[in-house]
Design a binder for this molecule. Structure first.
Ligand code: PMP
Length: 394
């Protein structure tokens, strides 16, 4: 048998993906990622960013980042556990703990890194992890790295979780239940009160990835706070790249957990820490979020307005409970065509189809953000209506 070369492997793989229409190529933006963007010379209304509060281009954050670069430089120079810990990092972690209503918090270089850091730091091959089947890819990778037995449960199905929790606790050492706080494809919220009850009945470790809930639910503090469960969830993970508008991730919880992560989580130990500019901008974002609810109010007003507008035209927005707004078209080809037509008409809203979501549930996913004006949303709704009629989907 002759072994395949890398070139053979890549060529065959790319060809196959292209044949299946799954080879994603992206054009770079010619503008910042704000409520409007410029792409291929064309100005478009942007309904595809996670910049929920519009902070990614906020002048106050930019000023703090520039100031920190002037005083502390562009890089932290080392990993946290050698000498890449600046005063700024500690200030950020104090703010994060206060924001999440926990004893302590630890910052990572991204939300993805936070998950692949924290899960394997506490779980090992003798353990089991009960994981919602729709959990984010970084949770799945974190679980795999831990070598624990991964037991998926049906999406938000509490009977399935209870049954699997009972079985797992009889067979394994530690057992964790892990869930997204807000699910990014449908915008539905995890049933945290029931999850906590099951966890307490079976002594499970509780872990919530609140990438899409922080800054959005619970008056900004996230899904756990929304349900008033701050002292009953063991590990709260979040990202600094969505509502916060910058980059980075974190885990918040008890002091002992954070102490352990500092000595046992590999991205903390072996990957250079967040840059001073990013940290300073993040601290400013947290200050804004905790002192004023204006941006959240605007986000929710825009989200409700856009969702009601879509439903009034005759579209199905699924089971969203958050600003994440799926517009469900169904058929994969029609969905892609719909998104393509929106793009041609100056509305940037991406289609999401199988295998990312189940077959026959293709949708255009929209993220109305605080920085959209009513005029922008009205224009997008008008285009939805015209194209919906043109393609016979309403
Ligand atoms: N968890 C969830 C649920 C997410 O949606 C994302 C971002 N797509 C992440 C984690 C990763 O966060 P980051 O982009 O900061 O790496």
């Amino acid at each position: 048998m002759t072994s395949k070369t890398l070139e053979d492997f890549l060529e065959a793989g790319i060809r196959e993906l292209k044949e299946q229409g799954l080879f994603n190529e992206v054009d770079p933006l010619e503008s910042p990622n704000g409520p409007q963007i410029t792409l291929n010379g064309k100005e478009m209304i942007n309904l595809s960013s996670n910049n929920y509060l519009g902070l990614a281009t906020d002048e106050r954050l930019k000023a703090k980042a520039i100031q920190a670069i002037e005083t502390d430089g562009v890089g932290a120079g080392a990993v946290r556990s050698i000498n890449g810990t600046l005063q700024l990092h500690l200030r950020l972690e104090e703010k994060l703990a206060a924001f999440k209503h926990t004893e302590a918090a630890l910052a990572y270089q991204s939300g993805f890194n936070a998950n692949v850091a924290a899960i394997p730091a506490v779980m090992d091959r003798n353990d089991a992890i009960l994981s919602d089947e729709l959990n984010h890819a970084s949770i799945i990778d974190g679980c795999r790295l831990s070598r624990a037995k991964i037991i998926p449960y049906k999406h938000s199905d509490m009977d399935d979780l209870r049954e699997k929790a009972k079985e797992a606790t009889e067979q394994y050492g530690k057992v964790m239940v892990i869930t997204d706080g807000v699910f990014s494809m449908d915008g539905d919220v995890a049933k945290l009160p029931e999850i906590v009850e099951i966890a307490e009945a079976f002594d499970l470790i509780t872990y919530v990835d609140d990438a899409h809930g922080s800054g959005v639910l619970g008056e900004g503090a996230g899904t756990v706070k929304h349900f008033n469960l701050s002292d009953r969830i063991d590990m709260q993970m979040g990202t600094l790249s969505k509502a916060i508008g910058v980059v980075g991730g974190y885990v918040a919880g008890r002091q002992s957990l954070i102490e352990w992560l500092k000595v046992r989580s590999r991205p903390f130990l072996f990957s250079t820490s967040l840059t001073p500019g990013d940290v300073a901008a993040t601290i400013e974002a947290l200050d804004i979020l905790t002192t004023s609810k204006d941006l959240q109010t605007r986000l929710w007003e825009n989200a409700r307005y856009f969702q009601e507008g879509l439903r009034a035209i005759g579209f199905d927005t699924g089971k969203t409970e958050t600003p994440i707004t799926p517009c469900i078209i169904g058929d994969e080809k029609e969905t892609q065509q719909f998104s393509q037509r929106l793009m041609e008409e100056g509305i940037y809203a991406k289609s999401i189809v199988f295998p990312t979501v189940p077959r026959g549930t293709g949708r255009v996913r929209n993220m109305p953000i605080a920085a959209h004006t009513r005029d922008m949303l009205d224009e997008a709704l008008a285009k939805y209506k015209t194209i919906g009629k043109e393609l016979n989907v309403i």
